[in-house]
Design a protein around this ligand. Structure first.
Ligand SMILES: [Zn+2]
Length: 90
């Protein structure tokens, strides 16, 4: 899986998931919401929001809290800081 970008603040996964717990939360939400057809993921619903990955207590200031939805970008570069791929959804 290449990458995902927040529709609101335009951050990619590397900048959204700054801690291991964010990565774990992202994978947890993906597993829970992914829809598959013949074993192939085709949709994630409802969409995962930025503020679901980063919990309220983790924002530096509540005004910066972002509730944008993350969109999958097939042709974006892979995240640099962690290995993110569809095998994680098995
Ligand atoms: Zn955002």
């Amino acid at each position: 899986m290449p990458n995902a970008r927040c529709e609101n603040c335009n951050l990619y996964l590397d900048d959204i998931c700054t801690k291991q717990k964010h990565v774990e939360k992202l994978i947890y939400l993906l597993k829970k919401r992914v829809k598959k057809f013949a074993g192939i993921p085709y949709n994630i619903t409802p969409g995962i929001r930025h503020n679901e990955i980063v919990s309220a207590s983790s924002w530096n200031c509540l005004h910066s809290m972002c509730d944008g939805v993350l969109y999958y970008e097939q042709f974006a570069e892979n995240p640099r800081n962690f290995d993110f791929n569809l095998d994680m959804l098995e």
